[in-house]
Design a protein around this ligand. Sequence first.
Ligand code: SPV
Ligand code: MG
Length: 290
Amino acid sequence: MSPAKSLRACMAETSLIHIMAAHSPLSAILAEEAGFDGLWASGFELSALYGLADMSLISMTQHLDMLRAIAGRTRLPIVADIDTGYGNAINVIHAISEYERAGASAVVIEDKTFPKVTSLVAGGRQELLRIEEFQGKIKAAVATRQDPDFLVIARTEALIADLGEVEALHRAQAYVDAGADMILIHSKKKDPSEIESFSRAWTGFAPLVIVPNAYPDLKAERVKTLGNIRMMIYGNYGIRAAATAMQETFRRIIADGGVQNVHKDILPVEEIFRIQKMNEIKAAEARFLC
Ligand code: SPV
Ligand code: MG
């Protein structure tokens, strides 16, 4: 079964699927071992990995290279965050064929102008595309995919741009009319009221995707009672968790004047060997090296 087919099958079986952000093959392996249903090739996480803001600064090639590396180390389906699709509908045609070939099972395209401004920053200059122009990008994505199971997810940033629920619903319906399989509705509010209200008001045919980065108190059990929401993406938790651990460990090493204390609190190197599949290397050595 292709990863795209298994992603659709997983959604058909389960009322809500859980997708973890990955910025590297290592984070993808750990997400798979933890039990997530899929991976989010997050633009925010990869930008942060490069020490850059999530403002269309990393290139499609950089994102594709990491996605390929991730796809080579996990069986989980990958939902690719392609931001605005790197330009207009023509750029989207190119992007979809590249991402599909690289091993993505789905893409999320957002209705902002290029270059984008990261969604959660206070006072961000959020500019949205004309609805017709974004519909053209969705149509281009749908017409380009080779695998009919490959999901085209349209993301509206209407709430992020403070345009209100009526505009968000209107845009979401327009994107479904253009062929989107799902709608990602994003909110920067610190509580889930906007998302809860939108999901109750949504009568469109396509299921919803949410990214509870700004409103962490919305639990999966509650999401299931709202109806319509079928996918939860944990959009920046991988890089934040990694940065938390590195920050704390690095500071302690400086403060302690050595690694004599921290070594007990971090993974032993044998655990990294396990993740690297050193046992397979050992077996290959025994078999092939003379
Ligand atoms: C990402 O993870 O890149 C996202 C989610 O798009 S957010 O950064 O919250 O916009
Ligand atoms: Mg993003």
